[in-house]
Design a protein around this ligand. Sequence first.
Ligand code: ATP
Ligand code: MG
Length: 642
Amino acid sequence: MNERISPPAAAIQGSHCTPEQYEALYRQSVEQPDAFWAEQAKRLDWFKAPTEIANWSFDPVDIRWYEDGVLNLCHNCVDRHLPERGDQVALLWEGDEPGVTRSLTYRQLHAEVVRMANVLKTQGVKKGDRVTLYLPMILEAAVAMLACARIGAVHSVVFGGFSPEALRGRIEDCRSRIVVTADGGMRGGKVVPLKANVDAALDGGPEVDAVLVIRHCRNDVAMMEGRDRWYDEVAADASDDCPCEPMNAEDPLFILYTSGSTGKPKGVLHTTGGYAVWTALTFHYVFDYRPGEMFWCTADVGWVTGHSYVVYGPLANGATSLMFEGVPNYPDCSRFWDMVERHKVNIFYTAPTAIRALAREGEAPVKKHDRSSIRILGTVGEPINPQAWLWYWRVVGDERCPIVDTWWQTETGGIMITTLPGAHDMKPGSAGKPFFGIVPELLDAEGKARGGAAEGNLCMATSWPGQMRTVYGDHERFVQTYFSAYRGHYFSGDGCRRDDDGYYWITGRVDDVINVSGHRMGTAEVESALVSHKLVAESAVVGYPHDIKGQGIYCYVTLIAGEEPSDALETELRQHVRKEIGPIATPDLIHFTPALPKTRSGKIMRRILRKIAENEYGSLGDTSTLADPGLVDSLIEGRRNR
Ligand code: ATP
Ligand code: MG
């Protein structure tokens, strides 16, 4: 499919970037990067403006941006907005129960951040120390991140859905001495016992100086004498004065462990100046944010999307950012649209997994709510099947709202490939064009760059300010993982196709590319063909050893609500894929399953599906980050029966 859709004129009137401006800015960003990035740095307040701009090498690997600049990101997200927008809401929060809300103006946010920063200081936290945050999606999560940034501590946010073991590993890896948590978090009407999980993680494990506990659900918790303290009690005596620590641009800002869909989690380290410029700039252009608008990114702060587009990007731009503690299907599957209506959301950013799940429920839950406030829609996290894209466009956006399909990674800090609402036509299923300063290259197995319309391994030829700087405590792993496959290039691990118009189409991880009778095929393509069938809600396609073809096509398929698998449907789906792509893509095995194994961030765990398809149940690897580990057994059972 290569449909082209132009952004509706009304939605992009007065947009930050026209097609001509994109061309001019993009050209400058790659031809005169120092001048371009020196100019972009002015989006921020610096205690000392940088004179050194780009200073990086991919061989040997050494990446520095703005290295003589001094700034504080908390100052840029909070303090500097006080004169102009002290009374504007910075963060609006809605809890798990509809209509339960709290908000913080920039002035209130400042007071809360200062208080928490002083509490951290009284617990002995100093510049450079790591602080683990294991919190629900509550205002204090953002406050704690900003408080760390204020005093120069390095936060490591661990998603509240992770198990005690996963938490323990992450505390140990970065040797943090302080954990900030809550008694519990609410998700879909149930309490997640966060404090109890911390107790289990620390039991016989890493030693910490203090656990600060935020009172939220008021569920029962055990408090260990000498180690655990209620945050509100310590905070009561905290001083209301705490200056922002001057940070060098290359001082660490945070560590975030990758979700582990491809292996053991890595402690991705981001630094201050480059990350700040990158998130501020991408937020401004990609979401075409206008002052006063309500921005809602549904990601949890436990993921990089939450770091960059719930907290840092929006607040650096003086925006109002909505935080949501609950889940999309509680109390029912119209929750997102109910909130859009009540809070008059202007920009809505979510993931394909949520879009597919909601599309499965039909149009009625969407249509019953007024969505006329929405101006821009966004998606991130996985390739979005054209079918799901069109549903988002037609049903959610009423064909009024440009969609930005944003490709990026924990490692990249912010958005890398996307259309810009006012500058580009959209193609359902394609992420679009490189953002300013991004030079993608598609390399073949020998490391040769393929020009024009081509397919290959998605690499970056040059650095950008938001790039991760190292794997915490293991620089060699950083070099090995990202710079050894193709010397002198950053390798993303994704496969990609570029079309005649210079649009990029992510085909999935490179190890998801399958080779059927000598034909290379991106699994994303077969998945999209399956999902375009009206009864299919979701699918995951992997290769498995096949005597004749080398690799066969193994398709896991989830049907829409209320549909049952049958032999007739299996035959029909085979025919359907043949028709959509061609005989070469005909599925060899179709495995119906009520659900697909996903990471807690909602990404399909193809690594595990591949092992099961290959009949290798013994070596499934780390399954601790799966949302529903029990599902694996039923998938194995289903595999054995064929
Ligand atoms: P891990 O690195 O631990 O395996 P992860 O890669 O899933 O986890 P992220 O950094 O959040 O964790 O995800 C980045 C990956 O998500 C990209 O490499 C890409 O495969 C996929 N991705 C993100 N956004 C898009 C998008 N808009 N289109 C296609 N793929 C996307
Ligand atoms: Mg990754």
